[in-house]
Design a protein around this ligand. Structure first.
Ligand code: AMP
Length: 524
């Protein structure tokens, strides 16, 4: 007897079911409209990219790249996989002629097949792969000079050869995207969008993937709605308008209690000196810091400012602040961003500890928190990333700024505030169909199919039973589905050229011709 298999969604990912999905649609549709009003257009970028793209842009020392990405090698080399497995799993007496020849033949077979695949372009034609294959050949030659010297001499060389064989790359190393800015910038460069007039304004909507510890508001597949402005201008008015656009979206969604935090983290002229100063101060208090912060003294001292650890708060308050170390240009830029926010009537809080987790940010950074989210209360993060386009191989003159809203958290905050009930999907769908179309008899079924089609074509939500049911059962269904009206088509109605309409809220009932039915349904 076999056990019943029961599948469940993987830890950290989840299903979004109706009616909640209607709220998601409303949020996404509102974002399309709000962003459209500011001249933004949608870009759709792939769910996976070469790992290097993320490593280079987000930074090797960031948590996202160092421990949270879903990464795998993407290849079709089934034959090579088998040949390699045979070579690296071989165990035998290498000091005997039989064992030695067996092993070197297996490795030789693999290298030959890998070289053929390399030249045909079936495995990546990279300098690394070329070097690894050559090293494999050289090691076999060396190994030959140790022939019959016994396992003790040969085993270390065998180990090295096996390791080399393992290093041959069969395909690109790719990752599920942990965020989308890198992809948008990659696409901007790849498609030569820098020649477009003015700033390029793009938004995206979709899932992101990070292997984080799941909790409320933190998932391994989560969703973002983000926008980016790319172009030659870094005018502070752009920063302010991007933030204004966000706040307008939250207004349209009736998100209450959103708080905007802003900061400037300097640029490549002034930040390095500040980071060194910070590092030096952190060294002095190293022993009082937790393990994460201690590690970050070397890797990324700015991130220490992010720490939520209770015991570190007093220490952090005493650390040097970036605001006192900005160069004149960064200071002027920041002051103008604040003035421009003022022009737009946007309230903000300055938060000198707002540094953001990704490496590419510079100058303006911002974050928006929303109520009802517990400790994961950041609903949106963003900032300026002027060097990123150049870092990824694009023109050095291109500047950039953008943000990403965590859709899961935005929806959660709206639900907590009770916005969900009043903001379902289309009117009919929120409570059930407009019409439950009950039919009785074969002739009535044919008439009902036609009527359902005409009703749906003008926008009514219609539920049409797939099989004939007894009258009472059919009307019972209409009730359970919370239909607004039952429309009944039977032999009597067909003969008279009418339908019976029953309003389910009060049971009132009347016979109407089709033309009257439409205006009746619109009015009731
Ligand atoms: P980031 O790309 O890290 O700047 O994040 C931008 C926003 O995405 C955050 O403010 C969150 O709202 C959201 N976010 C980031 N990571 C997660 C996650 N694991 N689960 C849910 N939302 C997330």
């Amino acid at each position: 007897m076999s056990d019943k298999v029961k599948f469940q969604a993987i830890k950290g990912v989840r299903d979004i079911l109706p009616p909640e999905s209607a709220l998601w649609n409303r949020v996404e549709q509102t974002a399309r409209e709000a962003f459209g009003a500011f001249g933004f257009s949608e870009i759709r970028v792939p769910i996976f990219e070469k790992t290097d793209l993320f490593a280079r842009s987000i930074g090797l020392d960031s948590d996202v790249v160092s421990k949270e990405m879903y990464t795998f090698e993407d290849y079709e080399a089934a034959e090579l996989v088998e040949l390699r497995a045979a070579a690296v799993t071989f165990v035998g007496a290498f000091g005997t002629q039989e064992g030695f020849v067996h092993f070197t033949t297996l490795v030789g077979n693999f290298l030959l097949a890998a070289e053929t695949a390399f030249h045909a372009g079936h495995i990546p034609k990279t300098p690394e792969n070329e070097r690894t294959l050559q090293k494999g050949r050289d090691l076999i030659t060396t190994l030959n000079t140790y022939r019959y010297q016994g396992d003790r001499e040969i085993l270390p060389r065998v180990g090295e050869l096996k390791e080399t064989v393992r290093q041959v790359k069969f395909g690109d190393v790719i990752s599920l995207r942990p965020e989308a800015t890198a992809s948008v910038v990659r696409a901007y460069i790849e498609h030569g969008m820098h020649v477009l007039p003015g700033n390029v304004k793009l938004y995206y909507i979709g899932p992101m993937f990070r292997r984080e510890r799941p909790q409320k508001g933190r998932y391994r597949q989560f969703y973002q709605i983000g926008a980016e402005v790319l172009g030659s201008s870094d005018a502070p008015g752009i920063d302010a308008e991007v933030i204004e656009m966000l706040m307008r979206l939250f207004d349209r969604l009736k998100l209450k209690g959103a708080v905007l935090n802003i900061n400037s983290i300097g640029d490549k002229n002034c930040r390095p000196a500040y980071v060194e100063k910070l590092r030096a101060e952190l060294q002095k208090v190293r022993e009082q810091l937790g393990a994460d912060s201690q590690r970050r003294i070397e890797t990324n001292p700015l991130r220490v400012l992010d720490s939520k650890l209770e015991s570190e708060q007093g220490i952090i308050e005493e650390l040097p602040r970036i605001a006192e170390h900005l160069c004149a240009d960064c200071r002027a830029h920041y002051d103008e961003v604040k003035r421009q926010l003022g022009l737009r009537g946007i309230a903000y809080q300055e938060n000198w500890r707002l540094v953001r987790g990704l490496d590419y940010y510079m100058r303006t950074t911002f974050e928006i928190t929303a109520p009802g989210l517990g400790s994961q209360n950041a609903v949106c993060g963003g900032g300026r990333y002027d060097g990123l386009v150049e870092l990824l191989g694009g023109p050095a003159t291109t500047k950039g700024i953008g943000f990403a809203i965590g859709t899961d958290r935005l929806v959660l905050s709206l639900q907590e505030a009770g916005e969900a009930e009043t903001s379902g999907g289309p009117p009919g769908k929120a409570g059930g169909p407009d019409v439950y179309l009950a039919w009785f008899g074969a002739a009535a079924q044919s008439a009902a199919i036609g009527l359902a089609r005409r009703l749906r074509d003008v926008g009514f939500v219609v539920e049409l039973p797939a099989v004939e049911m007894k009258f009472g059962k059919s009307l019972g269904f209409a009730d359970r589905l919370k239909a607004r009206h039952a429309v009944i088509v039977g032999d009597d109605e067909l003969a008279a050229g009418v339908v019976t309409v029953k309003r389910l809220s009060d049971g009132s009932q009347q016979k109407l011709a089709e033309a009257e039915l439409f205006s009746y349904l619109r009015a009731h």
